[in-house]
Design a protein around this ligand. Structure first.
Ligand code: IMP
Ligand code: MG
Length: 181
């Protein structure tokens, strides 16, 4: 696994351009804010967050959280749990959650709920790519790209922990590699 070359879906140059556009919009929206907290979701968002953070010039702090999916059973949170919390106390701060991908919507809705409960000054989300349909409806404040319902890799996104360091977003051919359970 991890040997086949994924087909290019979003080229490196397009990602860079889009991030500069997103950064310009974010800077405009937060012009009055003293500081924002960029909260990256490990591990998939690490490259996106690194590039977005450097494209911004407003005062910003960077923190990370990590999640795990429940193996079985369901709970109100939709099968997601926080396994590494933020180190910054977000109460009263402007928080921007930075996530790699919106698929079912469970992860992001769990995160929005969890961080809203901590009473930030504001809470928004920035997502690199969005698949066509969500089980849980969720508003994305800043979106990179809408993509088809394929398993995508690269630019932080993985397939069985492979391909994260690819500079572009690609699609793994399902004929060559089985989608992980
Ligand atoms: P959700 O279904 O919206 O909760 O997304 C759950 C998580 O699944 C995302 O944060 C990603 O880590 C992962 N994921 C979903 N679709 C893909 C994909 O196409 N490639 C890589 N990771 C994915
Ligand atoms: Mg993720």
């Amino acid at each position: 696994m991890g040997t086949a070359q994924p087909r290019v879906l979003v080229p490196e140059g397009d990602i860079g351009r889009r991030i500069r556009e997103l950064a310009a919009t974010i800077e405009r929206d937060y012009a009055g804010a003293d500081e924002i907290v960029l909260l990256g979701v490990l591990r998939g968002a690490f490259i996106f967050l690194a590039d977005l953070a450097r494209a911004l010039s407003i005062p910003r702090r960077i923190d990370f959280i990590a999640l795990s999916s429940y193996e079985n059973g369901s709970n109100y949170a939709g099968g997601v749990r926080l396994i590494m919390d933020s180190r910054i106390n977000v109460t009263g701060r402007h928080v921007l959650i930075v996530e790699d991908i919106l698929d079912s919507g469970r992860t992001l809705s769990y995160l929005m709920e969890t961080f809203e409960a901590r009473h930030p000054a504001s809470l928004k989300c920035c997502v690199l790519v969005r698949k066509p349909t969500q089980e849980v409806q969720i508003e994305v404040d800043y979106l990179g790209f809408d993509i088809p319902d394929d398993w995508v890799v690269g630019y932080g996104l993985d397939f069985g922990d492979h391909y994260r360091a690819l500079p572009y977003i690609g699609v793994v051919d399902p004929a060559e590699e089985e989608k992980p359970g």
